[in-house]
Design a protein around this ligand. Structure first.
Ligand code: PLP
Length: 364
């Protein structure tokens, strides 16, 4: 048995068809706008998200930062959740590099922020205050059990933002997981946000890259922000080719010649449902083990958080014991652990993981 690596869906390796597409990708200098494969991925992404334009960036972190820098000037403020990835795990980029002030409010367990809390956080016109400029949402919400924000919630937050003259950015690193979990077209989740970024390199299994989407005017400005951050990549088509693999094999066979095969976004999006099923199976298995705490009903997508009962071993010790059994999980707090299902993880792997967890807990 090989190692079962459930630390993150970022460990996914490119599919054989992606490797093939990378090999054959038609390339040019993307900083001159001349990389046909990157241009194709950007067009497809914009179309898929219902926006005018798109921009390939190096990572989800860069996507969120590029958008924040494009929406806000120095001294302006962003309202975002206290458990959002941007606040917790993006090295404070908005304040370090942009002079932008993060204003956190509580994330509810389902990943939302209460609309009344958002409204209460919007600053009035007063010389003492930074100016509120942007609201950031996250879908699916990583630290909130990978929960999916509904289109109704996003639309209400967007309406509130509009009422106050603010913009909305969506960290859609796993937006396709949300669409699959809710059984809706991804466009329903993006229709009323001003910008969004989504990752190619998580559940969609491409090796590198994220895409930012928005109006043509917004993307033209975002292109400048990306350049400032050193993110103007030259023959970026080697990255874009793998991303394209997911979008549109059926509809666009001509593009397949062009970008040496455009298959996987479609293929990979459809198979996310399998990851969700495996995550639920894992959550139920964990719930049956004495000493482990989880609410399986919270698991809607591919992210499983659970806790160790007090007085048991530490998460780090549990991770070490599991490693000996060729299972990898992530320790993320004093008692918390995380497992993320993804391409390459089978139902059998889930059952072996539950078995290994059961054995380690029994011996603890
Ligand atoms: C919700 C969310 N946003 C953004 C990111 C950042 O993506 P990257 O690791 O590509 O910078 C992550 C990474 O896990 C994430 O979970």
């Amino acid at each position: 048995m090989g190692t079962i690596d459930l630390r993150s869906d970022t460990v996914t390796l490119p599919t054989p068809s992606m490797r093939e597409a990378i090999y054959h990708a038609e390339l040019g200098d993307d900083v001159f706008g001349e990389d046909p494969t990157t241009n194709r991925l950007e067009e497809m992404s914009a179309e898929r998200m219902g926006k005018e334009a798109a921009l390939l960036v190096a990572s989800g972190t860069m996507g969120n930062l590029v958008c924040t820098l494009t929406h806000c000037r120095r001294g302006e403020e962003v309202i975002l959740g206290d458990r959002s990835h941007t606040f917790l795990y993006e090295a404070g980029g908005m304040s370090t590099l942009g002079g932008i002030h993060p204003h956190t409010i509580s994330n509810q367990p389902d990943g939302t922020m209460r609309l009344e809390d958002i409204e209460g956080a919007i600053r009035g016109d007063n010389v003492h205050f930074p100016r509120t400029r942007l609201i950031c949402l996250e879908n699916t919400h990583n630290r909130c059990s990978g929960s999916a924000l509904t289109s109704e919630y996003i639309d209400s937050a967007a309406a509130l933002a509009k009422e106050h003259g603010l913009s909305v950015h969506l960290d859609g690193a796993r937006i396709f997981n949300a669409a699959v979990a809710l059984g809706i077209d991804v466009k329903e989740l993006t229709a009323n946000v001003d910008s969004l970024s989504f990752c190619l390199s998580k559940g969609l299994s491409a090796p590198v890259g994220s895409v930012v989407c928005g109006s043509s005017e917004f993307i033209a400005e975002a292109r400048r922000a990306r350049k400032v951050l050193g993110g103007g990549m030259r023959q970026a088509g080697v990255i874009a080719a793998a991303g394209i693999k997911a979008l549109d094999e059926m509809v666009d066979r001509l593009a397949e010649d062009h970008a040496a095969g455009i298959k996987a976004l479609e293929e990979m999006v459809d198979r996310l449902a399998e990851d969700h099923e495996n995550a639920r199976r894992l959550a139920e298995g964990i719930a049956s083990i004495t000493g482990l705490l989880i609410e399986p009903a919270r698991v809607q997508t591919n992210i499983v958080y659970f806790e160790l009962d007090e007085g048991r071993m530490t998460p780090k010790a549990l991770v070490t014991e599991l490693n000996k059994k060729e299972v990898k999980l992530l320790s993320v707090g004093v008692r918390r652990l995380r497992a993320v299902t993804h391409y390459g993880i089978s139902t059998e792997d889930i059952d072996l993981t539950v078995k290994a967890l059961g054995e380690v807990m029994k011996a603890a």
